[in-house]
Design a protein around this ligand. Structure first.
Ligand SMILES: O=C1C[C@@](O)(C(=O)O)C[C@@H](O)[C@@H]1O
Length: 150
């Protein structure tokens, strides 16, 4: 059971709730993060959240998590389809992660069908809307094993 979990949201997810609501729904990122904090309290786990529109900032946050975080839940946004560097950061810190997308990326444009993360993720959740964050957190808290800390 993972005791310390980090949720990372990539570019444009700060616009959740107002951005293309027919695709991403009307729940805001702060609603998602507040619900996740409440859920984490109920699960008695420690939760940190982070959002950035910048690839380097996401990489820095992943590197900082080394030795402190048992599992990462990441929605890399558009970087899903482009970022070797974020993939390398996740592999470099050896923290198991769940890849998450609010929308069903496979029902969308062909360029969204490829991910630099899925083959290394413990699981990939897509198309559940913001409920994906609830499902991912419950899964991570209850089923992801703690790797021995470095
Ligand atoms: O920014 C996003 C959000 C997304 O990751 C999702 O949550 O559905 C899907 C990506 O293709 C897109 O670039």
């Amino acid at each position: 059971m993972a005791r310390s979990i980090l949720i990372i949201n990539g570019p444009n997810l700060n616009l959740l709730g107002t951005r293309e609501p027919h695709i991403y729904g009307s729940t805001t990122l702060s609603d998602v993060e507040a619900a996740a904090q409440k859920q984490a309290d109920e699960l008695a786990i420690s939760l940190a959240t982070f959002q950035s529109n910048h690839e380097g900032a996401i990489i820095d946050r992943i590197q900082e998590a080394r030795g402190h975080v048992d599992a990462i839940i990441i929605n890399p946004g558009g970087f899903t389809h482009t970022s070797v560097a974020i993939r390398d950061a996740l592999l470099g810190v050896e923290i198991p992660f769940v890849e998450l997308h609010v929308s069903n990326v496979h029902a969308r444009e062909a360029f969204r069908h490829h991910s630099y993360f899925t083959d290394k993720a413990v699981a990939m959740i897509c198309g559940l809307g913001v409920y994906g964050y609830t499902a991912a957190l419950e899964f991570a808290a209850k089923h992801m094993k703690i790797k021995e800390r470095l």
